[in-house]
Design a protein around this ligand. Structure first.
Ligand SMILES: Nc1nc2c(ncn2[C@@H]2O[C@H](COP(=O)(O)OP(=O)(O)OP(=O)(O)O)[C@@H](O)[C@H]2O)c(=O)[nH]1
Ligand SMILES: [Mg+2]
Length: 334
């Protein structure tokens, strides 16, 4: 199918075309990358969805939550896309496929679209492809795009860096520990949802919520936050309780940021970081594609590891060997 036709069908909201377009952007083939870049330009950036980043440690209830929360939104006529960023996909080829079985109800919804994490790619690549997939879902006129990741390491920061509202899903704490949530993530999250607030866990969940609310109050108020954000709530994904309250908080925060122009600024900053990431990764890919440079990189890397060269000096040797760039600073093309 021609790129133009595929772009048209994506903009028409055709889910099969969207799946095909995402497969194209996930492909590592050079010709596919070119077609993907053309496609992303053709679908345009005029449409916006509410991008909700969702992170939480394994077993906290992310999939159950997305299933219940997503189905609530589609039952209100909203189009919901779910994308997963699974760091393990780089090592093990992905586990979120198994997860799709946990979202069976949502997967059957005509207003929903679920896409597991791209497999066999380093995390940076997963992130790039997920950003492109978010852009395609927006072009396909989805109202909400949920980006799910397992709360470990880098992937959380990556997902926070591509969402309008970032949500942390937590489990009721056994003791009074605050589950060692990294300060950095606490500072980027907008909403902490303590899940499994049902049955025997309800009291523990409320205590955990109060602990987090206290910890969040200690954080310095961020520019771009209305009163009461970040906040901590209890929910039960399994019993589908207080999901509408969680949605109200997310929706109102999105609206508030739009009205106070934090939305555009946040997206502009994210797009710039995205651009710098693309350049960084593209440069590294180009360097490794050139046999002489690839040889130098591995030789110097080994010398650095062996302590015979400093990282700075070794890097300088590679960079000094590069031919001068011919980017036209004026940008007038002549
Ligand atoms: N009691 C209770 N159990 C829940 C709730 N939400 C999820 N669970 C249970 O917790 C377990 C893990 O749920 P998942 O939704 O698979 O968790 P996850 O975070 O997606 O897990 P990974 O994909 O492995 O990272 C399952 O047995 C769920 O039934 C809840 O609100 N209350
Ligand atoms: Mg899951």
């Amino acid at each position: 199918m021609e790129t133009e036709e595929l772009a048209e069908r994506v903009r028409a909201g055709d889910r099969r075309a969207l799946a095909r377009a995402i497969t194209l952007i996930e492909s590592g083939r050079t010709d596919h990358r070119r077609a993907a870049t053309r496609l992303l330009e053709r679908v345009g950036t005029d449409r916006q969805a509410l991008r909700i980043g969702l992170s939480g440690t394994p077993g906290v209830g992310k999939s159950t939550f997305i299933e219940a929360f997503g189905t609530m939104l589609t039952s209100r006529g909203m189009r919901v896309a779910v994308l997963a960023v699974d760091p393990s996909s780089a090592r093990s080829g992905g586990s979120i496929l198994g997860d799709k079985t946990r979202m069976e109800r949502l997967a059957r919804e005509p207003l929903a679209f679920i896409r597991p994490s791209p497999a066999q790619a380093e995390l940076g690549g997963v992130a790039r492809r997920t950003r492109d997939a978010v852009a395609l879902c927006e072009a396909a006129a989805f109202d909400v795009v949920m980006i799910e990741t397992v709360g470990v390491g880098q992937s959380e920061t990556l997902v926070a860096g591509m969402s309008d509202v970032f949500v942390l899903l937590m489990a009721p704490a056994g003791g009074d520990e605050l589950q060692g949530v990294k300060r950095g993530i606490m500072e980027t999250c907008d909403l902490i949802l303590v899940n499994k607030a049902d049955g025997d866990l309800a009291a523990a969940a409320e205590r955990t919520r109060a602990d987090y609310a206290g910890a969040l109050r200690l954080l310095r108020r961020r520019e771009g936050d209305p009163e009461g954000i970040p906040a901590a709530l209890t929910v039960s994904a399994l019993q589908e309780e207080r999901l509408d309250e969680a949605w109200e908080r997310v929706r109102r925060l999105g609206d508030w940021r739009r009205e106070h122009s934090h939305w555009d600024r946040r997206r502009a900053e994210q797009a710039r970081r995205w651009f710098e990431d693309e350049v960084r990764q593209g440069l590294l890919a180009r360097l490794s594609a050139d046999p002489a440079t690839a040889e130098a990189l591995s030789r110097l890397g080994a010398e650095v590891e062996a302590g015979r060269r400093t990282p700075g000096a070794a890097a300088a040797e590679v960079l000094d060997a590069l031919p001068p760039l011919s980017l036209d600073a004026g940008g007038d093309g002549d």
